[in-house]
Design a protein. Structure first.
Length: 507
């Protein structure tokens, strides 16, 4: 039974401060205090209640004074979900924890985040709820972080129950991470899914289930990408193998879009507490790169609240054009990406942003590996896979059944593949060739900076076929391929079965 149970009302106590730390405005409430360990041996509990109005800051912090001698912190919370009019957002409240090192932007004191996926969590030295980081429970001011994702017109009433358990702390386990290289096949095409979620954020898959399903989907590599936490990094080691490279990262979930940190150093945490107007994204994009990762904006035209990408693409190493089952959002993202390709050609730039695809799987029936990015890399290693993605030597396929080969060649033996440049004179005849397998009854479209310039007849039921098209660099500055299913109706294109990054033409 919990001893010394008290209840505080934040509405009665009042707010302590509203502050801006170079990021989104935050509200800090009154401090919750506990007696020292000398006052008894049993757990002690405090319950705090309050109401957040519409228009609340993105983050609300509840300070908790933790005395010496605490072994475990346990937090449970509830909030009301009133009925709201059609078209109006209801209540949704996220939660996380920062330790005595503070809540400054950058996350030095970060100890975990579960968003809205859990109603309770614990942290102690030797263990923690998935999404949270084990480590010493030191004396000082800790902060429970609330994220009012949406607030109903009636306001958001919440209750937080904090329980401290006193006693001797356990030993924090030394993290062990998966290797940065797998067996591989030398220089080859490797298949991967770089956007996945497990029980360590808001998914339902276990890590073991993800690894098993990734192998079943024919994948060679995956990337750990939990929302706003790196807590899964230390739990992947036993699931990697010569047949599966496991990269470590995070899905940085801001209020103005999500970005996948792909293949960062083990244990890297990337903060998410800022909006585009705060002008802080560049700082964290640079952090991702310093940690050896790639910056990949995710589902840039998704319609969920906070999902639509608002930071621009100046810091992007690649962009996730296809996310999960193909939808109109992906069609818009594909067209937007093609517009960026055309703009880079128009402006005479040699830099361009490669496209990727990932499943964003959370739970069954989400299909891991639909879609998947297929990368030409020198080895099955973190460095080689990232280099292939960054260079755009890749295509995206709906499954491991689909394989593509897109090449361009000139009359004197010149040759280029996906992500490469065929250096020929402007009027030199160029032959573009696409070989396809695993796409029955699909149609091939060849897309250039002028738009779709070639559409094939449907492929045979075997799913295999080859198409060729003749052009020049003056007519087409780049060529990329789309393989599409038969359209359901009307003039709209069918859903993608696969698409490639471009081959560029001209010197």
């Amino acid at each position: 039974m919990c001893e010394d149970d008290h209840e505080n009302d934040h509405a009665g106590i009042g707010r302590r401060a509203v502050f801006v730390t170079g990021a989104a405005a935050a509200l800090t409430l009154s401090t919750v205090s506990f007696a020292s360990a000398a006052g008894g041996t049993g757990p002690r509990t405090r319950t705090v209640r309050g109401t957040l109005p519409p228009g609340s800051p993105d983050f609300v912090y509840v300070p908790v004074e933790v005395p010496r001698g605490v072994r475990e912190i346990h937090v449970a919370y509830t909030y009301d979900r009133p009925t709201v009019p059609a078209g109006t957002q209801g209540n949704a409240l996220d939660i996380g924890l920062f330790d005595e090192r503070g809540t400054d932007l950058g996350g030095r004191g970060f100890r975990g985040w579960s968003g809205g996926a859990r109603t309770e969590f614990f942290v102690r030295a030797d263990d923690a709820t998935p999404g949270y980081v084990p480590g010493p429970v030191r004396a000082g001011t800790w902060h429970i972080a609330l994220g009012p994702y949406t607030v109903a017109p009636q306001g958001l009433s919440y209750g937080i129950t904090i329980t401290l358990t006193y006693g001797e702390q356990g030993e924090t386990p030394r993290p062990v991470y998966p290797p940065e290289r797998a067996g591989g096949r030398g220089r080859a095409w490797y298949r991967g899914d770089c956007h996945l979620h497990s029980e360590y954020s808001d998914g339902r898959y276990t890590l073991a289930e993800i690894a098993r399903l990734a192998r079943a989907a024919g994948l060679d590599f995956i990337n750990s990408s939990e929302h706003n936490t790196h807590s899964a990094h230390a739990h992947w080691a036993g699931l990697a193998g010569d047949d599966l490279l496991i990269l470590l990262g995070e899905e940085v979930t801001t209020r103005n879009g999500h970005v996948v940190a792909l293949g960062t150093d083990p244990g890297t945490f990337v903060d998410w507490r800022y909006r585009a107007r705060d002008n802080r994204f560049g700082r964290f994009a640079r952090q991702i790169r310093r940690a050896g990762g790639l910056v990949v904006p995710a589902h840039p035209h998704a319609t969920c609240i906070g999902c639509n990408w608002k930071f621009g693409f100046g810091e992007a190493d690649a962009v996730e054009v296809w996310n999960g089952a193909y939808t109109p959002d992906d069609e818009v993202a594909l067209a937007d990406w093609d517009g960026m390709l055309a703009a880079s050609v128009r402006d005479g730039r040699r830099d361009w942003i490669p496209a990727m695809g990932s499943s964003d799987s959370h739970r069954s029936p989400d299909v891991i590996g639909r879609p998947q990015t297929v990368v030409l890399a020198d080895d099955l290693s973190r460095e080689a896979i990232q280099e292939g993605i960054r260079a755009g030597r890749s295509y995206v396929a709906e499954s491991s059944k689909v394989s593509l080969s897109l090449t361009a060649s000139g009359g004197r033996g010149e040759y280029a593949g996906i992500g490469e440049r065929l250096r020929v004179d402007a009027d030199t005849p160029v032959t573009v060739r696409l070989e396809v397998t695993g796409a029955p009854r699909c149609t091939v479209r060849l897309v250039t900076d002028q738009g779709v310039l070639f559409t094939s007849d449907p492929l045979p039921v075997s799913g295999a076929g080859t198409v060729q098209w003749r052009t020049t660099a003056s007519y087409a500055a780049y060529v990329r391929a789309e393989v599409r299913h038969e359209a359901a109706a009307g003039p709209l294109p069918g859903a993608l079965a696969a698409f490639t990054n471009p081959v560029f033409l001209g010197s």
